[in-house]
Design a protein around this ligand. Structure first.
Ligand code: SAH
Length: 373
């Protein structure tokens, strides 16, 4: 057995400065008292942030000017510095590279579809899961993001959308997927705190539907069980990528700790308790995991847990990372894999590769930048 990846919460090295977005409603009111302000000011501030999507404290003229500077300095430090922005798909895919206060880099990708928009966000700077086909996994874990650093990605995307920067819409974000950098369930507390703020009704939070939020995991079984008990109907995605332990031990190293059977059981339990269909992520890698035999085995593994309907397989064409031996499946193998699952009645879709030409697709985020810095 190889060296195990770092699974539990990373040390607080380089911890982000405290921000309003780190706080829940009670803590916001407490913070007002610490400033010598009445508690109702907390709601006023929240309205600026979540209703008007503003974090420019200097423009909040309904607050006494004497406190605006202090408030800005102590609770609204700048968390993200925009380094670069790239667009694709005629402006409808926007990838932003951000620098955090300690120099860590992260990216988020905004994708606009006809009736909705989706933001792919990061939960950690780097990742400790060491999946060999994933560019982020190669660089290791730098640190966990704070709750505010996660939320401010959503705030920035909403600002982008409502300002009309993305063609065809001025409406807010509908979906968020934790499929950027990092393993969200290894930064459990901050991710859950962020989700609670995303779903809290305006003006306490962004007022999003929990169903529109997808948490994607390599399969940290105890944390999946913990998420099952939260009573939050978020969508769970499990990055399975192989139906057998021999192969999965290699391509998703955390499988050495929690094997396929335990991961699928935890996913099934999530579906049973939350009544939310689990998404099974399967990146098709040429001559690695794309045989018809493995498609059959995948169908068997999922079927064993219960009738269809609890899981949906999401096939992802692998995005080759520079210098890696992993590459995308041949079109005929991809088609045969898909057809095998369909024949067995497995709900399955082939994911689009939006943004791949700007390295905006899965596992590519910030990798190129890290290679050159
Ligand atoms: N750590 C989490 C979320 C981040 S990655 C997880 O593993 O689920 C989001 C998805 O992109 C995962 O399914 C991951 O396996 C996949 N992915 C990573 N690198 C990829 C690549 N090069 N091509 C296609 N998908 C990739």
């Amino acid at each position: 057995m190889g060296q195990l990846p770092l699974v539990f919460d990373a040390p607080a090295r380089g911890r982000a400065p405290k921000h309003w977005l780190d706080l829940d409603e009670d803590e916001r009111r407490g913070a007002m008292e610490a400033f010598g302000l009445p508690r109702f000011r907390a709601d006023q501030i929240s309205r600026h942030v979540f209703d008007h999507l503003s974090d420019e404290v200097s423009t909040w003229t309904d607050l006494p000017s004497s406190i605006r500077d202090d408030l800005a300095a102590q609770l609204f430090p700048s968390l993200l510095d925009q380094v670069r922005q790239q667009t694709a798909d005629r402006g409808r895919t926007v990838k932003t590279l951000w620098r955090l206060h300690d120099g860590s880099l992260l990216e988020s990708v905004l994708m606009r579809y006809p009736n909705r928009s989706t933001l792919c966000i990061s939960s950690q700077a780097g990742c400790g899961m060491a999946c060999p086909f994933c560019a982020t996994g190669q660089g290791g874990l730098k640190r966990n993001l704070s709750r505010a650093e996660i939320l401010v990605q959503a705030l920035a995307a909403n600002q982008m959308l409502t300002s009309g920067l993305v063609p065809g819409t001025t409406s807010r974000l509908n979906n968020i997927v934790f499929m950027g950098m990092g393993e969200p369930l290894a930064n459990y507390k901050a991710v859950l705190g962020a989700i609670r703020t995303l779903v809290a009704p305006v003006p306490a939070g962004f007022g999003m539907s929990a169903r529109g939020i997808t948490v994607s995991t390599v399969g940290l079984v105890p944390q999946i069980a913990r998420l099952t008990d939260e009573g939050l109907p978020v969508t769970l995605a499990v990055s399975l990528h192989a139906p057998d332990d021999d192969l999965r031990n290699e391509i998703v190293p955390v499988n050495n700790r929690w094997p396929v059977a335990e991961v699928v059981d935890a996913a099934w339990e999530y579906a049973r308790v939350t009544r939310r269909r689990v998404s099974i992520e399967y990146a098709l890698m040429r001559d690695i995991n794309d045989s018809v035999e493995r498609a059959q085995l995948l169908a068997d593994v999922l079927r064993r847990r219960g009738d269809w309907g609890w899981a949906h397989v999401n096939l992802i064409p692998l995005n080759p990372t520079p210098g890696s031996r992993w590459t995308a499946s041949r079109p005929e193998d991809e088609a045969a894999f898909l057809a095998t699952l369909e024949r067995r009645g497995v709900p399955v879709t082939l994911r689009d590769t939006r943004g791949s030409e700007i390295d905006g697709a899965c596992g590519q985020l910030a990798a190129r930048e890290n290679l050159t810095t």
